[in-house]
Each structure stands twice: as C-alpha cells, then as structure tokens.
Design a protein around this ligand. Structure first.
Ligand code: FE2
Length: 400
C-alpha cells in the first residue's frame, strides 16, 4: 500500500520454483483490479486451497445487518459508548451506517480472538479508540497501539488480539481500495514533501506468522469469509496461514493519528485539509490537536456549511470538541447532505481569540447518502437534530 515490501524468502523471479527441503512451495498472487492493480505474491507452506468443509455463519447486526426502512432527514448522534456486546474481533462487530461504497461499524471485543477472518467484500480500516494489540495475518504479525489506524487489504486472512482481551474500534469497510490520496504521491509513487505524513510513519509486519500449537490449536482450522454481505466458515485440515515469504504492495499497515501533520491557515481551512485516507466515494480525515487560524479576526470554529454532495460523520475521541455540545468520546455524529450544519449555539463566539484546539476526532465524508442500521437506531440520541434550537434567555446563545 505504501511501497513495495518483502518479508521472508521469495525466489529471484516470480512464478518460478521455490523449495523448502524437497517440497515445492505454493505461490499465491493476490492482485487487485484483475491483474492490473497492486499485488502481492505469497509462498505458502501448505496450499490455502484445500478446505474440506464450508458452513453458514451469521453475526446478526454485522452480517447480516438491517436498515431502518423509513429515515427522516435528520442530523444524528449515535451513542456508541452505550454498546454492550459480547464477542471477539469478529463476533462483536456491529454495523451502524452504510451506503454502496462504505460500511461503518463499531467493534468492542471482550473475548480472545477465535477464527481467522477474510473480508472479500472490501478493504478495512480499523481505528483503535482504546487499547492496542496485535494483528496476525498471512503477511505476518503487526503490533498496533492506541489511536492507530490499521489498514487491512481485501481478502487478507487475519485476526485481532486486543491487549488485555478488550478494545474499542471504529471500522470502515470499503468496496474499493483504501489508500493514500493520490495528491500526496509524486510520479514515482513516493509520498511528497507536501504530504501530511512520510513513509517512516507507516508500520509494516516485520515478523512472519509461524504456526504455534498453543496459539493456533491442533485443528481443524476454520476461517470465516465475508462475501456479498454473507459469512461462510471454511474448514481446513491444516493451518492455512503460514507463508515462508512474500513481496508486493498489498499488506496491512499501521499509522498513528498523532503522527498526522495537521495544516492550519490564516483563516479557517475546509475540513478536507485533514484528509488521511481515500477510497471510492469517501475520504477519512484526522482532526488532531493543533494551533488554529492566525488572522487577528479569525473565527477558528468551523463555519456553518451545507455540502450538497457529502454526508459527514465524525467519531469523537478526546479533547474539547470545538463546535459541538452534548457529544462525548465514542459519539458518532452524522450530518447528511441536504441540511445545513454548523457549530452549536455559543461555540462559534467562544472560539474567537483562541489559538489552539486539543480535539481528537476521525471524520468520514461520503458522496452517497448514508443509511442507518436498525442496530444504530437502538443507540441513537433522538434529541440531537433539534439541539441547535435557540431559546430566549439561553446563555449559550451566540447572539449575546
Ligand atoms: Fe461539517
């Protein structure tokens, strides 16, 4: 995803023999966009193609999820801090907002990871709200920490072990590649010096995944695959995730939000200046603590806006949220295209003269409208849409 990487042994040329002892290893080429897009080539110790059984599986609320049939055009506040679900990194996933390009879910595992999982519907971007952990995948072992983004390419068999068995994540699942915005790369594919991060900020697996009976059991080994918003469990008689080496452009990476280099201007810059990752029909942006606009009459609080082509969600992490009241860490706000939105009464005026913000949040702007799931409906703050109403004698009113 970031640059070509190699881990372990690979033969000098692709599609040529590679032996371990007298055993010919099986090459598997994972390539996007048919055979024209980015790819990686992996060399498996045992072929990953000989599952002996396939079974149905469901995780209600994730796969499948249900959409609320009739949705009023509202600003929404989804209180994900109220989620209480038991499960591991897969069975604790719950989908909240969806369109054809992206599914946005929350995962709060409280159990050790069980089966490996492979998402054949899209790339995934996990953001660790709380706690670190380890991602095990066919590309190796990738430790991650609190406030990391972890990008996992489509069809990567993986599982997540949160530290202490617990964690809180927001998960973006894209039907297209999740990548660095093209504008941050030069003609050679290198990140430019204008990019808000450098190659050094991205962490890549440095150690191959080795079969370990105490960690991986004695088999058979189930792997859950998501395709077409359906889950199936594929049972293998051997451990199917051990490779002796791989190289290419597809592999999981971790990037910490605090390594994002924010921009500010003389007057307020539009929020997409914080773009971190992009996919088809959406961007993911990082709002990190920073100095704010320096014009002597600048209003650092975001201006009201009606973006007619974008739905916008914000996932609040920590700090004081400059423009909103009644929002807490783990809240998701949704501001759909079609209705104007802007700062809550009082916050606009209060921001004048400030020189820093310590807010930490992840934003996702989508071109297609987002629909709320029935699960999200159960944790929605139904008063949010009208929380901008100004009342006489309200000291928060910015007209005063
Ligand atoms: Fe906005």
């Amino acid at each position: 995803m970031i640059h070509r990487h190699q881990l372990g042994k690979v033969p000098p040329k692709p599609h040529t023999t590679m032996y371990e002892g007298d055993k010919l290893l099986m090459e598997q080429c994972v390539s996007k966009e048919g055979f024209d897009g980015p790819f990686s080539i992996l060399y498996f110790r045992t072929p990953p193609t000989d599952e002996t059984q396939v079974e149905k599986m469901t995780v209600p609320g994730f796969c499948p999820y249900e959409i609320v049939e009739e949705q009023m055009l509202h600003r929404r506040h989804i209180r994900t801090q109220d989620i209480q679900v038991d499960g591991d990194f897969l069975t604790a996933r719950r989908t909240t907002l969806v369109n054809d390009d992206i599914q946005i879910g929350i995962c709060k595992p409280n159990q050790p990871a069980k089966h490996f999982f492979s998402n054949a519907d899209g790339d995934e971007c996990w953001f660790a709200f709380d706690g670190g952990g380890v991602l095990e995948s066919v590309y190796g072992v990738l430790p991650f920490k609190k406030h990391d983004y972890v990008i996992i390419p489509k069809v990567t068999p993986y599982r997540i072990h949160p530290e202490g068995g617990k964690g809180t994540f927001i998960v973006f699942e894209s039907s297209t590649n999740i990548d660095i915005p093209q504008e941050w790369r030069n003609r050679s594919g290198q990140l430019t010096m204008f990019a808000p991060f450098s190659h050094r900020d991205f962490r890549i697996p440095q150690e191959l995944l080795k079969y370990d009976e105490t960690k991986h059991g004695t088999g058979p080994w189930p792997m859950v695959i998501k395709k077409g918003d359906r889950l199936t469990t594929h049972i293998f008689e051997h451990f199917p995730h051990e490779v002796v080496g791989w190289d290419g452009f597809l592999y999981p990476v971790a990037f910490n939000i605090h390594d994002y280099q924010p921009r500010m201007g003389m007057v307020h810059l539009p929020p997409t200046v914080h773009t971190t990752f992009a996919g088809g029909g959406f961007v993911i942006c990082s709002f990190v603590p920073r100095k704010v606009d320096f014009h002597e009459k600048a209003i650092p609080c975001p201006y009201g806006h009606a973006a007619p082509d974008c739905d916008e969600i914000l996932y609040y992490i920590e700090g004081n949220f400059t423009s909103r009241k009644g929002i807490e860490p783990e809240s998701i706000s949704l501001h759909p295209a079609g209705i104007a939105h802007g700062p809550h009464p009082g916050t606009y005026a209060k921001s004048v003269g400030t020189d820093r913000t310590n807010e930490l949040a992840v934003m996702c702007d989508t071109l297609k409208p987002l629909k709320m799931t029935k699960f999200a409906d159960t944790i929605e703050d139904k008063d949010y849409h009208f929380s901008w109403v100004r009342r006489e004698n309200d000291p928060r009113d910015s007209r005063k």
